[in-house]
Design a binder for this molecule. Structure first.
Ligand code: GH3
Ligand code: MG
Ligand code: MG
Ligand code: MG
Length: 324
């Protein structure tokens, strides 16, 4: 019953237990300066994992930086370099900070084991090595790593989803607010210019009424595409509302904001947009209002308000134009 309930509600997919995680095919790095020991460890682990084995700290660090291992096994009985130092270096560099480390310590060498754990090593094995224990501890660490990787990925995915708009892939209004606030503070602090553009499609309701909502959605997607292609990497394009977009242009004064606005306006109206699978096309225009940061502005909404007012004037002036 329990199993059925879990799969029925998809809980297994959303929040898997670490034990469900497979450990097979893990990329394991074995570090040992004794060739015999190294080969022994590698041979045993090769049965289920993809193993690389190295004999020096330098090789270990180089390889770990480029390969992305699921687990690093370090023999603490190494004599040609300090294995504890290697472990602490592994913990200090970005590429291996999260990679589990399993160390092998001499029989009853509690001191070394404690030092290693203190450095952030995840687990240890004591000599004489029991092969079954080695395999089991490797599996546990790999499973834990994979589980944590998945949690991290899910987390990053949900962060990205929360910041973007599903239809256009543009940043959403919530993300825009946070971003604009940061740009506002930075520009005020550095005394650098900052501009925003607010864009609204002309007669969009009529387009929806004539060609349907799906056609309207395609137009919104094409608009998003054209806007993002014609701004710099530091500029941000967001979907502000239904058919309204905001562009944040750091380090832009009125003149460069004007250039961007005119470029965007002309690429929007310059080419028709395909609105269905039959290839029907429509040409749309957009009106744009712009504003720039003023020393008297208390918060970014002051800029947005002026851009909105300019947009209103652009509509009143006959649409398909830019007013700052
Ligand atoms: P104006 O030139 O004055 O801006 O006229 P307009 O018709 O564009 O302005 P209005 O604000 O009256 O209409 C906006 C329309 O945008 C109404 C709404 O149906 C449509 N809209 C809003 N969000 C979406 C969407 O996600 N998809 C589609 N297809 N239409 C949308
Ligand atoms: Mg509108
Ligand atoms: Mg409107
Ligand atoms: Mg409109």
């Amino acid at each position: 019953l329990r199993e059925q309930t879990i799969s029925d509600f998809g809980v297994g997919a959303a929040a898997p237990l670490p034990l469900d995680e497979s450990a097979d095919g893990a990329r394991v790095l074995v570090v040992d300066d004794s060739e015999i020991e190294r080969d022994f460890l590698a041979d045993r682990l090769k049965k289920t994992h993809s193993v690389s084995a190295v004999g020096t700290a330098l090789e270990a660090l180089d390889l770990a930086r480029t390969e992305g291992f699921d687990l690093i096994v370090v023999n603490m009985l190494i004599e040609t370099f300090d294995p504890l130092r290697l472990c602490s270096q592994m913990r200090a560099i970005d590429e291996t900070r999260q990679t589990p480390i399993l160390v092998i310590v001499g029989h009853d060498d509690i001191e070394r084991m404690a030092k290693a754990l203190d450095l952030g090593v995840n687990d240890y094995l004591m000599m004489p090595l029991d092969v079954n224990e080695l395999v089991a501890r490797v599996r546990t660490q790999v499973r834990r790593k994979r589980y944590q990787d998945r949690l991290r990925q899910n987390y990053q995915r949900s962060i990205a989803l929360a910041a973007t708009d599903g239809l256009t892939g543009l940043y959403n209004r919530r993300y825009l607010s946070a971003h604009l606030q940061r740009m506002f503070v930075r520009a005020g602090h550095d005394g650098r210019p900052l501009a925003v553009l607010m864009l609204d499609i002309d007669h969009f309701k009529q387009l929806n009424d004539t060609y349907g909502h799906d056609a309207g959605d395609r137009v919104l997607q094409a608009m998003a595409d054209r806007m993002t292609r014609h701004v710099r990497g530091v500029d941000l394009v967001a979907r502000y509302g239904g058919e309204e977009f905001v562009m944040v242009l750091p380090d832009s004064d009125q003149r460069s904001a004007h250039e961007v606005a005119e470029r965007v306006r002309s690429v929007i109206s310059g080419q028709p947009i395909v609105i269905d699978d039959e290839g029907h096309q429509v040409t749309v225009t957009a009106s744009i209002g712009g504003s720039q940061l003023r020393p008297s502005d208390q918060d970014p909404d002051d800029m947005l308000r002026r851009a909105d007012q300019a947009l209103y004037r652009a509509k009143a002036a006959g649409r398909d134009c830019f007013i700052f």
